[in-house]
Design a protein around this ligand. Structure first.
Ligand code: UDX
Ligand code: UDX
Length: 436
């Protein structure tokens, strides 16, 4: 049983804390947000993540997991301190490190024994070395410490599964003893462990997210071509995916990627390249292709609705940036609703869980708590997020309720042939109907 302090109880920190506790460690999760900590002590989660509430409850009950706002309390007896605070995009697309800086200084001030400090947050290459400098200069008196990078690879909506069954864990440090100790923490997960230097570990994280984003932008570019040439992108992705060199994952064409990671990570990687005098051509295009997906929706709808969106009511199916989360950070629904409103449409929205979190992002969108009520009187529906609930909709009822039977399926969840049979004016992404 190891003693661990996790700093930051957002999506990443809270999942990391609860999972390490569940593996039998003693974990104190620390956050500067008093309300969050108060709520967690009462069992109220700050985020929606499947299975998290139960995991937190179980481990709190068995005294392996506790919450605090005090660094002195959090670091008392800790051998490891994970930094999992947010690293949002700064004004130029660079990563804003003010929270990491603040966490590093607080650790330096309150540590009373040797400590392994682990960066979990996604941070620019070189940040580990910088954190070491910050801690060293902020320590009232020198106490031994090592900085290790151990980036997170947790997808929202399946974060607990991703933590417990990772593809790999990456551990980077120039201090081999510290890296080995962090590796031992991960041994129960029985996954490959990559031990490398700090900067390489930091790069592996950016490279992984940027590559996945590239895969998605690639298939989205091909989707547009599929439409023009009469091919079906879903079958193209399936056919490509059997080749182990390519793989089927992250080849779902649609409205593109959003969320708290891909947008800021691709942008930060491009920023780093530019700062070093390089021209990140692929990364720039990957972003451009992605944001074009959102910009194109209003034009497609116009074509489906007699060339004009003025006075039309459009309903968005799904608001969160992906299913199984209530996270609205860089959600396509926000840009799409803004462009529809700019084109003169009235916009409605429905999401199974993100209704509350969506409201501040889309103040002029009317948010419904019932999908059928939302559909009533709409001139078109747009599938923005592929929640399972939408796959099971009573489509005949939906057709009755709609003013015009128009569906723009931004996530390819319906069968084009069935939609045609039901009498919808249906448009999917990259699904040419040649021969069907
Ligand atoms: C994380 C990572 O930090 C990011 O780099 C990664 O790529 C994605 O996930 P996330 O867990 O989503 O971010 O962040 P967020 O949900 O914003 O939570 C951060 C938490 O840190 C908040 O609860 C905030 O109150 C806390 N925090 C912030 C601190 O405890 N101390 C601070 O100084 C600042
Ligand atoms: C991502 C990383 O996958 C994870 O390892 C960690 O680094 C955090 O960032 P997350 O953003 O939670 O996870 O979700 P993910 O499932 O990766 O999806 C990211 C975005 O890509 C979503 O907007 C999703 O809708 C989109 N996506 C994903 C596609 O458009 N097509 C796909 O085939 C897959």
């Amino acid at each position: 049983m190891k003693q661990i302090c996790v700093i930051g109880v957002g999506y990443v920190g809270l999942v990391t804390a609860a999972c390490f506790a569940d593996l039998g460690n003693r974990v104190v999760a620390l956050d500067v947000d008093e309300k969050r900590v108060e709520n967690l002590k009462k069992g109220i989660m700050p985020i929606y993540e499947p299975g998290l509430e139960e995991l937190v409850r179980r481990n709190t009950k068995s005294d392996r997991l506790s919450f605090t706002t005090s660094y002195a309390e959090g670091l008392k007896g800790a051998e490891f301190a994970f930094i999992a605070v947010g690293t949002p995009s700064g004004v130029h697309g660079n990563a804003d490190l003010q929270y990491v800086d603040s966490a590093a200084r607080s650790i330096a001030k309150h540590m009373t024994a040797p400590l392994i400090i682990i960066n979990k947050s996604t941070v620019p290459i070189g940040t580990g070395d910088w954190v070491a400098d910050v801690v060293r200069s902020a320590q009232p008196e020198p106490i031994d410490f090592a900085v290790v990078s151990c980036p997170e690879f947790l997808r929202e909506g399946s974060a607990i599964g991703d933590f417990m069954n990772p593809y790999r864990n990456v551990i980077g440090s120039l201090n081999r003893d510290a890296a080995d100790k962090v590796a031992q923490l991960h041994l129960p997960l029985r996954a490959p462990i990559v031990i490398t230097d700090l900067r390489t570990a930091e790069m592996i994280k950016y490279a992984s997210n940027a590559f996945l984003a590239t895969k998605i932008s690639f298939i989205n570019e091909l989707a547009d071509l599929c439409e023009r040439v009469g091919a079906d992108v879903k079958e193209v992705a399936a056919g490509m995916g059997y080749d182990a060199r390519i793989g089927r994952h992250f080849l779902d064409a649609g409205l593109g990627w959003g969320g708290s990671c891909f947008p800021k990570d691709v942008e930060a990687l491009a920023y780093m390249a530019k700062e070093k005098g390089l021209n990140p051509r692929i990364l720039n295009d990957v972003m451009e292709v992605n944001y074009d997906r959102r910009r194109a929706v209003a034009g497609h709808l116009e074509k489906l609705l007699d060339g004009n969106l003025k006075g039309k009511t459009i309903g968005l199916l799904g608001l969160a940036f992906k299913p199984n989360t209530d996270d609205m950070r860089d959600a396509p629904s926000v840009d799409i609703s803004n462009s529809l409103i700019a084109a003169g449409a009235r916009v409605r929205g429905y999401d199974p869980v993100a209704r509350k979190t969506a409201a501040p992002w889309m103040t002029v969108v009317e948010i419904f708590d019932d999908v059928y009520k939302m559909a009533q009187g709409c001139h078109a529906l747009v599938v923005v997020t592929e929640w399972n609930e939408f796959k099971q909709l009573d489509l005949e009822k939906i057709k009755e309720l709609l003013e015009c039977p128009v569906i723009y399926d931004g996530r390819n969840i319906y069968d084009p042939a069935l939609m045609k049979e039901l009498g919808f004016s249906y448009r999917a992404i990259g699904r040419g109907m040649n021969g069907k």
